[in-house]
Design a protein around this ligand. Structure first.
Ligand SMILES: Nc1nc2c(c(=O)[nH]1)N[C@H]1C(S)=C(S)[C@@H](COP(=O)(O)O)O[C@H]1N2
Ligand SMILES: [Mo]
Length: 439
C-alpha cells in the first residue's frame, strides 16, 4: 500500500460517516446501481484527499476499495453479493459457496466470475453503439451488427443454461495444478435471453467447409498488450448451431452484470464456460479448429488416455474438453450444521450433466457405503441444471457427512473420490459432501 492509499484507508477506518461527509459533503453511497464508482465521485475523492488517480489506476478493475465498501474483506466485487469467495483480484476470479447457490435460477449477483484479462471499463461501454462482427474464412458474407440491430433483426429466445468453469474443483487435485484453486462454486444457472448464434451465423452464410467457431471479446490481455487476446475460444459448428447456443444480451431479464460480459456474451450451456465468450465483439466461422488464445497447447484440454498424477503429457496427447461431466451440489443445508438425532433432515441441491440430463440422484450418510435414492426433477429446458431433494435421518449422535451423487442419462455416475488427475486440473466432478453433527 502506498502513502495515498493508506490515507484513504485510515480516513475510512476511523470514522466512515465522517469521512464520507468530508469527502462528499454529505453521507452518500458513492456507487452507482452497479456498484461502480462514477467518474465524478472519483474526481471528488481525489480532490478531497489530494490523492490522484494513481490509486484508482492501481485498483484492479471491478473491485471497490475495501475502505470505501466498508467491508472487512479486502475487496468488494462490483455487482456481486459479499458472500462470494474472491480467489484472485488480477484478473478477478470469484466463486459462489454452495449454500448460496440454492435458488433454482441463479441470481445475477451470485453468479461466479472468471476473468482471464482486464474487463472493458464499464463507463466506456455504450450498448447502443456496441458492435458484433461476424467473419472468418468460412463465412460467406461477413457483416457487422450494432447491438440494437442484432436485437431487432433476430428472434429472441430465453433459456436457463448452466455454465461451469472447466477448472471448477481444481483445488482438490494433487499434485496441484497451476491456476485458480476453484473449489465448488464456479458454476451457476441463470436465465439467459438473446438471439440464436445459429440464426446470426446462417444469416451471414456458413460455407460448406466450416468446422468451428471462435470468439473475440473486448477485454484486454493482462499485459496490456493490445495485440494479445485475454482468451479467444470456440466450439465445433454443430454445438454452435444448437437451439440453446445464444448470443445473450440479458441475464435474468436484466442487463448482464458487467463482470459477466455486459452488454453481450455467448452462452454455450453444458460446455466449459470458457467457450461462452464475454463482452463479445467478433465471432468467426472457421475452416479449422479455432486456434485463438487458450484453444491450443494444454489449455482446456485433458489427456486422451488417463495418466498417473504428476505425469507431464505432450500437447499431441491432449484433447479439447467438450461436454462437461455429470455433477451435483448440496445447496441446503450449509456444511457444518447440527441436527437432532432421529429427526428428518431435508437436503436439496442441483445436478447437471453437460449436454446430457441427470437421470438419477442418490445421497449417502455413511461415506458412500449405502445410497438412498433422491428425487430429481426434469430440467426446465435442455442444458439447465435440475433440482434434487431427499430426506435423511441420523440414527445416533455423531459426525456424519451427506454425500450427493448424480448419474447421467448415459448411466455415468459422479466418482466418490477424485476423477482422473490431469495436468491442468480440469473436470473434477467428485461427489460434494457436507458435514452434519447429529446431536
Ligand atoms: N471475453 C472473455 N470471455 C470469457 C472469459 C474471459 O476472460 N474473457 N472467461 C471465460 C471463462 S474461462 C469462463 S469459466 C467464463 C466465466 O463466465 P462468468 O465470469 O460469467 O461466470 O467466461 C468465459 N468467457
Ligand atoms: Mo473457465
Amino acid at each position: 500500500m502506498n502513502k495515498k492509499e493508506r490515507g484513504i484507508h485510515e480516513l475510512y477506518s476511523e470514522n466512515p460517516e465522517a469521512a464520507d461527509e468530508a469527502l462528499w459533503g454529505r453521507q452518500v453511497d458513492p456507487f452507482t446501481r452497479r456498484g461502480f464508482m462514477s467518474r465524478s465521485a472519483l474526481t471528488a475523492m481525489s480532490a478531497a484527499i489530494g490523492a490522484k488517480v494513481v490509486f484508482w489506476k492501481e485498483m484492479p478493475g471491478g473491485l471497490i476499495p475495501a475502505a470505501l465498501a466498508q467491508a472487512e474483506k479486502p475487496f468488494k466485487l462490483v455487482g456481486k453479493i459479499d458472500g462470494l469467495t474472491v480467489l484472485n483480484d488480477r484478473p478477478i476470479n470469484a466463486e459462489t459457496p454452495p449454500h448460496l447457490l440454492d435458488d433454482d435460477v441463479t441470481p445475477s449477483d451470485r453468479l461466479f466470475v472468471r476473468n482471464n484479462g482486464n474487463p472493458p471499463p464499464l463507463d466506456g461501454i455504450d450498448p447502443e453503439k456496441w458492435t458484433l462482427e461476424i467473419g472468418g474464412e468460412s463465412c460467406k458474407n461477413p457483416q457487422t451488427f450494432t447491438l440494437p440491430e442484432l436485437k431487432k433483426k433476430f428472434k429472441h429466445y430465453t433459456y436457463q443454461l448452466t455454465i461451469e468453469c472447466g477448472g471448477n474443483g481444481r483445488g482438490e487435485y494433487n499434485p496441484p495444478a497451476k491456476g485458480n484453486q476453484w473449489t465448488l462454486g464456479a458454476v451457476g444457472c441463470p436465465t439467459w435471453t438473446g438471439v440464436r448464434l445459429r440464426d446470426v451465423l446462417e444469416h451471414c452464410g456458413i460455407k460448406d467447409d466450416a468446422v468451428y467457431t471462435g470468439y473475440y471479446g473486448k477485454d484486454t490481455h493482462l499485459s496490456g498488450d493490445p495485440k494479445k487476446d485475454a482468451i479467444s475460444r470456440g466450439v465445433p459448428i454443430a454445438k454452435a448451431l444448437e437451439d440453446e447456443s445464444l448470443i445473450a444480451f440479458a441475464m435474468n431479464g436484466e442487463d448482464i452484470p458487467w463482470l459477466n460480459g455486459y452488454p453481450l456474451r455467448l452462452v454455450t450451456g453444458g460446455w466449459p464456460a470458457s467457450t461462452s465468450g464475454k463482452w463479445v465483439r467478433k465471432i468467426v466461422i472457421r475452416n479449422q479448429v479455432h486456434d485463438g488464445t487458450k484453444m491450443t497447447g494444454q489449455a482446456y484440454r485433458v489427456p486422451k488416455k488417463t495418466v498417473a498424477p504428476g505425469t507431464s503429457v505432450p500437447d499431441e496427447d491432449m484433447k479439447i474438453i467438450e461436454s462437461m461431466p455429470v455433477k451435483s451440489l448440496v445447496n441446503y443445508p450449509k456444511s457444518g450444521i447440527s441436527h437432532a438425532v432421529g429427526e428428518k433432515l431435508a437436503v436439496r441441491g442441483h445436478a447437471w450433466a453437460g449436454d446430457l440430463e441427470v437421470k438419477e440422484m442418490f445421497v449417502s450418510i455413511d461415506f458412500g457405503s449405502t445410497w438412498q435414492k433422491a428425487e430429481i426433477k426434469a430440467p426446465v429446458n435442455r442444458l439447465a441444471w435440475q433440482r434434487w431433494s431427499a430426506e435423511v435421518k441420523f440414527p445416533q449422535t455423531g459426525y456424519y457427512e451427506v454425500w450427493a451423487r448424480a448419474v447421467d442419462s448415459d448411466g455415468r455416475s459422479q466418482p466418490m473420490i477424485l476423477p482422473g488427475w490431469n495436468p491442468k486440473g480440469y473436470l473434477n466432478n467428485a461427489c460434494h459432501r457436507i458435514a452434519v453433527q447429529a446431536v
